[in-house]
Design a protein. Structure first.
Length: 114
């Protein structure tokens, strides 16, 4: 496993751990096409809220698209503190940048073997 693959795996793990611990969402990393996206969709199992009670995620989703610039689509009835939303965006960007680095390394290896 290359260092770029390791960095990508670590970034995905860090993102998913944060989402599991701090939000009522689950994270799905979508890298099958450009630009990379991270989708946050409501979990069904409920989540301990930031205020100590059990809460279920409401409907909707958040999608962070990371390309030349970062776009955020919020189609959700869930309220998140700004600090958590900012961290979700930052972790999504880190994950996408690690993926792009891994992709470039793989492409360069392929080009060298031609």
């Amino acid at each position: 496993m290359s260092s770029a693959e390791r960095a990508f795996d670590e970034a995905v793990s860090k993102l998913k751990k944060y989402v599991d611990e701090k939000t009522p969402f689950c994270a799905i990393v979508l890298v099958d096409e450009y630009p990379a996206k991270v989708a946050f969709i409501p979990r069904d199992d409920g989540q301990m809220s930031l205020f100590g009670g059990k809460e279920k995620a409401k409907s909707g989703k958040i999608i962070v698209t990371v390309g030349i610039e970062t776009d955020v689509l919020i189609d959700s009835d869930n309220a998140l503190p700004a600090r958590i939303l900012k961290k979700l965006i930052r972790l999504s960007e880190e994950t996408a940048y690690c993926y792009y680095q891994m992709y470039r390394e793989e492409r360069d290896k392929y080009d060298e073997n031609k």
